[in-house]
Design a protein around this ligand. Structure first.
Ligand code: NAP
Length: 323
């Protein structure tokens, strides 16, 4: 089969189009014929070799895919021919991949493979961060960093549908228009305006109840500044590549909470915490209350171009690879 391999850590040109043996499903696993694979920012960090616990090169990247089951291992309650989507333990940038059957779910009727491939990581991350971890309630205020990104576009919709007042940041007017269309009440171009100023103006200087923070570096500290007393932050990414931390005296004097979220680790330690949101999300997507925002789609052999596109911050919504 054809696949993309990270030959060694480095820039996007380390992604090579290669031939690999067809993988065989073990007990509890299935093999998918991949129709669409989601690209995540984590794939970029893993390729650079800066992702804690990431795979050793050479490896086939890809943490989520949608496709058709073409072989099953022992003890699996799914059948050949089923259309499924789910999270993977790597390997999704390929024509075929094996997956743990517990981490897959059926693609709802009427949903394309492309839309499905944009579902698991971005929606399960956004939902967990906003509600299970962040405790967002109706009428609260939430600031979403990178609001036009993969996770960001899901988070804006979920927060807006839940009745929250949504602040969102992005770097271009086009991205901000997208966020506004999805329900962002206060789209902020952070390259021109300090998000803290907008939050202060709109909240009478109090700050927001919740922040979803995925950038790190000074954005982390400035997000803490933009939170009200008793405010909460869920930190779930380091898109800048510069990790950040909170000073304990500051947290205790301001009664602020910072929680970390990692989808892969949470799914490993307690999948039920994550997967319980699937029925509600599937229902939202089939009823039209939620939308999967698809960005660019690249052919499998153009994976290097796709990574560069994301690293150049040109993407909005979900970027896909099509074998
Ligand atoms: N913890 C988890 O389980 C989990 C799961 C999924 C994703 N994540 C993390 O969540 C974040 C979003 O993931 P995603 O896949 O949906 O990506 P994405 O939001 O589509 O892309 C990242 C966005 O971050 C913004 N950004 C701000 N500062 C940046 C910088 N210095 N360098 C690069 N980008 C910067 C850019 O948007 P602007 O141009 O608008 O600033 C960029 O488009 C990533 O940090 C990712 O690692 C974590």
């Amino acid at each position: 089969m054809k696949a993309i391999e990270v030959t060694e850590y480095g820039d996007s040109d380390r992604l090579e189009f290669v031939d690999r043996d067809l993988p065989e499903p073990g007990p509890g696993e299935v093999r998918l014929e991949v129709e669409a694979a989601g690209i995540n920012f984590a794939d970029v960090m893993q390729r650079r070799g800066v992702y804690p616990g990431g795979p050793e090169a050479p490896y086939v990247p890809g943490l989520e895919a949608a496709g058709t089951i073409d072989a099953t291992g022992e003890g699996v309650g799914l059948d050949e021919g089923d259309r499924v989507v789910g999270m993977l333990n790597g390997g999704g940038y390929a024509e075929y991949v094996t997956a743990d059957a517990q981490m897959l779910f059926p693609i709802p009727d009427g949903m394309s493979f492309e839309e499905a491939a944009g579902f698991p990581v971005q929606y399960l991350t956004a939902h967990s961060c906003l509600f299970e971890w962040g405790g967002l309630e109706e009428d609260e205020t939430v600031l979403i960093q990178a609001a036009a990104g993969g996770v960001g576009t899901a988070a804006v919709q979920l927060a807006s549908n839940a009745g929250a007042e949504v602040f969102g940041t992005a770097s271009t007017e086009e991205k901000l228009d997208l966020a506004a269309d999805l329900g962002c009440d206060h789209p902020i171009n952070y390259t021109e305006t300090d998000f803290r100023e907008v939050v202060d103006e709109e909240t009478d200087g109090e700050g927001v109840d919740l922040v979803l923070e995925s950038v790190g570096d000074d954005v982390f500290e400035r997000s803490l500044d933009a939170m009200k007393h008793f405010g909460r932050m869920v930190t779930y990414g380091v898109a800048s590549g510069v990790p950040a931390s909170a000073e304990n005296r500051r947290l205790l004097f301001e009664n602020k909470t910072v929680k970390g979220f990692h989808l892969g680790q949470a799914s490993y330690h307690d999948p039920s915490k994550i997967m319980k949101a699937v029925p509600e999300l599937t229902q939202g997507l089939t009823s039209g209350d939620l939308e999967i925002i698809l960005g660019e789609s690249f052919a499998l052999e153009d994976a290097a171009e796709a990574h560069q596109y994301i690293e150049d911050r040109k993407s909005s919504g979900k970027v896909l690879l099509k074998p």
